[in-house]
Design a protein around this ligand. Structure first.
Ligand code: ME8
Length: 513
């Protein structure tokens, strides 16, 4: 049986349409899912929408609609956008679905049975945009405004059920300290550890004044706090607590890819909930950075907001893979990022002028000088050949390491660097001159062979980032990836006599719409 791999995105609030931040997290998760799939693993990839909570209620009221109708409309928009940008999720969960609701209620029942839930009363501050309880000190430090949205915090005073978070905090802290890879990147892990050491109160997990949510099984006048509801999705989608939990037993624990502003919920509340349930903790939690645009916070009023329409325009003009590549290479995974037109153009040029050009000229030359058949590498290798062979042979290990360490930027750029070196190699060895001299026929064969091997490996390594273009490029080389793993493809060479297909520009220059 193949090794299993479970990976998730956050479930997004469908109070509006998806934007660059949502697309970024989903694409990065997709790239990881595709890499593991290419390695022959049995991958389960979950995304979805987080449909309860006050934020949905308020946005719906502002729009003159119902939360359910708003969620129905936007959940569909999320699903469609993910298809348009090549997301290969195996499931899409909506927290209003029956399967989720029943399983969340079972989770609460189990926590009640463990005496981890008790009735109390909450008085304090709430950040309605983040759906987050805020301590007096944090509220004061931020001038009683949300540090994320800048909107005023709201004062809540009501009866509420509490989860004994404090009881689990020492265990959570110990776990994070003893498992350095559990929360990544390192700098964010340290922030979580410091905050945990400062002490954490029990968590209010129900709202009696809100009707839009999952009723508490032990007291249906209350609905479940939206974060407890939302975090549960990672296991409810696998059937946890239902009559059929086979997916849960098969795939859990998984890897969570999230944005840095929701790390606390994932690194503290979620492990504590799982400890209460007696279930294994997630394998890893990776928090990525935030996008700005042209150096400024993205906002509709500043006209620099990369919204769904802009994403569609870019994908429509340059192709979904060019959008994916840009996002993944824009900064190291975990750091903040900035969308600039100049950087986008540079990134597209890497695809068109480095990768695409390398492929195209290699196929053209082999077509012209060797009737489209890959010639054997002949004679002793020169230093320049050795350098290219070494770089080609190292690529598989380097790319694998980059993926396993969540260095997605390197995973995307290493193959491009190989293509760049191959272009330099072709420039330096001047095949068009070699072709004029019959005595240089062996040398020409070597140059053509090594160039073809290099571009083939570069394309294979790019399959997770460029799922359609890499496969298209490989088809031009007459290489099928069907049923083959990353190791098999990277370990193979194009045999002498291998007939190439027809070369066509992989990233044709497109007119801007
Ligand atoms: O927080 N830059 O949903 P959400 C980068 N429903 N990434 C960004 C971003 C930006 N400017 N803006 C958003 C929620 N994101 C909860 C999650 S999970 C159990 C519940 C991405 O719609 C980033 O991944 O606010 C962030 O964590 C996520 O969208 C938040 O989406």
């Amino acid at each position: 049986m193949n090794k299993t791999y479970y990976i998730t995105t956050p479930i997004y609030y469908p109070n509006g349409e998806p934007h660059l931040g949502h697309a970024y997290c989903t694409v990065c998760t997709d790239v990881l899912a595709r890499f593991h799939k290419l390695c022959g693993e049995d991958v389960h990839f979950l995304t979805g929408t987080d449909e309860h909570g006050i934020k949905m209620v308020k946005t719906a009221a502002q729009l003159g609609t119902e939360p359910r109708a708003l969620a129905d409309k936007n959940a569909q928009v999320f699903r469609e956008l993910w298809q348009e940008i090549g997301i290969c999720n195996t499931d899409f969960i909506r927290t209003t679905e029956q399967r989720h609701r029943e399983s969340v209620q079972e989770i609460i029942r189990r926590m009640v049975a463990r005496d981890d839930i008790y009735l109390g009363s909450y008085e304090g501050w709430y950040d309605e945009g983040q759906e987050e309880f805020v301590t007096e000190t944090e509220a004061k430090n931020n001038d009683y405004r949300s540090p994320i949205s800048g909107r005023p915090l709201v004062r809540y005073k009501e009866n509420s059920y509490f989860f004994r978070l404090g009881k689990y905090v020492p265990q959570v802290l110990k776990y994070i300290e003893e498992h350095p890879d559990f929360v990544q990147p390192e700098s964010r892990r340290n922030e979580v550890i410091s905050k945990l050491r400062a002490g954490v109160d029990d968590l209010s997990i129900s709202r009696a004044t809100l009707k839009w949510g999952i009723p508490l099984p032990n007291d249906p006048e209350h609905v479940v706090y939206v974060w407890m509801d939302a975090l549960s999705n990672y296991i409810t989608a696998l059937g946890y607590g239902s009559g059929d939990d086979s997916l849960y037993r098969k795939y859990w624990p998984g890897v969570h890819i999230i944005g840095k502003e929701i790390l606390w919920f994932h690194a503290v509340y979620w492990p504590a909930m799982l400890m209460s349930l007696g279930e294994p903790l997630p394998k890893q939690i990776f928090a990525h950075g935030w996008w700005t645009s042209e150096g400024k916070k993205m906002s509709k009023s500043m006209g620099n907001f990369i919204d769904m329409q802009k994403l569609r325009d870019v994908a429509g003009t340059y192709g979904q893979d060019a959008l994916r590549y840009y996002m993944v290479r824009a900064a190291s995974f975990g750091s903040d990022l900035d969308w600039t037109e100049a950087d986008f153009n540079k990134s597209f040029n890497e695809l068109a002028n480095v990768l695409g050009n390398c492929l195209n000229r290699t196929i053209k030359m082999i077509g012209k000088y060797r009737e489209g058949k890959v010639p054997d590498s002949q004679g002793a290798l020169e230093a320049i050949d050795q350098a290219l062979v070494e770089k080609t042979n190292k690529l598989a290990d380097e790319v694998r390491k980059a993926y396993l360490e969540y260095d997605l930027q390197a995973a995307a750029m290493l193959p491009i660097e190989l293509a760049r070196q191959t272009n330099g190699y072709i420039d330096a060895t001047e095949p068009f001159k070699l072709a004029k001299d019959p005595e240089k026929a062996q040398r020409l064969s070597t140059v053509l062979n090594l160039s073809a091997q290099a571009i083939m490996k570069a394309l294979v390594s790019l399959i997770p980032v460029l799922p359609s273009k890499a496969v298209e490029g490989l088809a031009q080389l007459n290489v099928s990836i069907e049923g083959k793993t990353f190791d098999e493809l990277m370990g193979a060479t194009l045999p002498a006599g291998h007939q190439l297909g027809e070369g066509k520009p992989l990233f044709p220059k497109l007119e801007r719409k």
